[in-house]
Design a protein around this ligand. Structure first.
Ligand code: ADP
Ligand code: MG
Length: 404
């Protein structure tokens, strides 16, 4: 691992350190519904205040339009951070404006200040290099050093992730280091058998991962919305389930490649088929090759893997030494279609080896289903970032920290 560490920045007592965190948490009516990313940011912040640094936290929240929008204020997140740090946390009502400037000016050693949402400023996500660099320059004016710790955004070429780090001495925080240590074990020398479980709804996004992983894994289990494209590739009808027709040929290619390489692609043998997309919809279990033979005919919707499939997946997972799981097995948000996801999550907690959950919805699913974070080897705070890493892509926010 070649990342520059916090130690490489030298003594930080009395120094102003801008820390790019990923505090992009789900909010409902102004309250945080999953504070996983705030908790994950704490170790780095404590390490810095422990050294006597003056800590200035920056983050984005949601997708505001490059201008202030109270709906996306970081104020509740700053409050939650104060509770977790068990210390007062100051909050500036702008990012690089007069309030931020004055609060940075008066920040004392060991104090923490959170600036308002980075994305209230169009420069943060600007495609134009100069606009981005100009905003990064305004942030840099607050910083003697920069620590990048927002793993969820390292695949983004954005001002606070990519440009700022090049303007001041910069290093990776403890969260990024921890995430990469785990993902590295998945890409470099995974203990075998190595099983990857894929689901969720972003089918075409995730096919790139399959191409990259096929040469590395022993088994690939396919559930969630993407399973229907695989069933269609085998010539089965899938009713009105999620289907990416233009990917069917690609998927046939993967099936053929897997056969040649001796990699097992495990597809569902049964599926929960619903009359419509709703929690109170009528539903039945159907064989995977007869989805249209239920009473719902061609309008039937596959919304979860069936019980036989879930049991088979669970057995495969429990017998593995390394498991990476991304993407819920079904529409877990609706109780009748959460069983497959629950059983797969349960099996991951029983792995004698390394189990990793990656992906925003997957992480939310396991917490919503009542699993504790430490029941898994690791829950990645980055969905897109961890997938792009596993695909072997170069991530701009890591390259500026010396990652090769
Ligand atoms: P992640 O955020 O973990 O990477 P995705 O964003 O790809 O996962 O997908 C999550 C979504 O996939 C969930 O909202 C879930 O309801 C949906 N999903 C899972 N299975 C199905 C299915 N059979 N049909 C439609 N949507 C599904
Ligand atoms: Mg998602």
């Amino acid at each position: 691992m070649t990342l520059r560490t916090i130690e490489s920045l030298g003594p930080l007592a009395g120094k102003r350190v801008v820390v790019r965190c990923d505090l992009n948490v789900p909010l409902k009516d102004g309250s945080i519904t999953d504070d996983g990313r705030v908790r994950a940011s704490v170790p780095t912040l404590e390490a810095l205040t422990g050294q006597g640094a003056r800590v200035i936290v920056v983050s984005h929240l949601g997708r505001p339009d490059g201008a202030p929008d109270p709906k996306y204020s970081l104020a509740p997140v700053a409050a939650r951070l104060g509770e977790l740090l068990d210390a007062p946390v100051a909050f500036a009502s702008d990012t690089v404006g007069p309030d931020a400037a004055s609060k940075v000016e008066h920040l004392a050693d060991r104090e923490v200040l959170v600036l308002e949402n980075l994305r209230f400023n169009a420069g943060e996500t600007a495609k134009d290099d100069e606009a981005r660099a100009a905003f990064a320059g305004e942030l840099a004016a607050f910083a003697d050093a920069v620590v990048s710790d927002g793993f969820g955004v390292v695949h983004r070429k954005q001002a606070s992730v990519f440009d700022l780090e090049q303007l001041r001495p910069s290093a990776a925080g403890l969260l990024i280091a921890a995430e990469l240590e785990v993902l590295d074990r998945l890409t470099e020398n995974p203990e075998r058998p190595y099983t990857v479980v894929l689901g969720g709804s972003k089918v075409s996004d995730k096919l790139g991962v399959i191409a990259h992983l096929l040469p590395r894994v022993d088994a690939l289990l396919i559930g969630g919305g993407m399973l229907f494209t695989f069933l269609a590739a085998q010539g089965h009808k899938v009713g009105s389930s999620l289907l990416e027709e233009d990917q069917i040929e690609t998927v046939r290619g993967y099936l053929a490649e897997a056969r040649e390489r001796g990699v097992e692609i495990v597809l569902p043998t049964d599926v929960v088929v619903a009359e419509r997309f709703a929690a109170d919809a009528e539903h039945v279990v159907a064989p995977a090759d007869a989805i249209e033979d239920t009473a719902f005919g061609a309008s039937g919707l596959g919304l979860d893997i069936g019980p036989d499939t879930a049991a088979a997946f669970a057995e495969k997972i429990r017998g593995s030494k390394t498991v990476f799981w991304n993407g819920p097995m079904g529409v877990f948000e609706l109780a009748p279609f959460a069983a497959g996801t629950r059983e797969v999550a349960q099996a991951l907690t029983e792995v004698d080896g390394l189990s990793v959950v990656g992906g925003g919805d997957s992480a939310a699913a396991v917490r919503q289903l009542g699993f504790a974070d430490d029941a898994f080897g690791h829950i990645s705070t980055g969905g897109g970032a961890s997938l792009e890493f596993l695909e072997g892509k170069k991530l701009p926010g890591l390259e500026v920290l010396g990652w090769q």
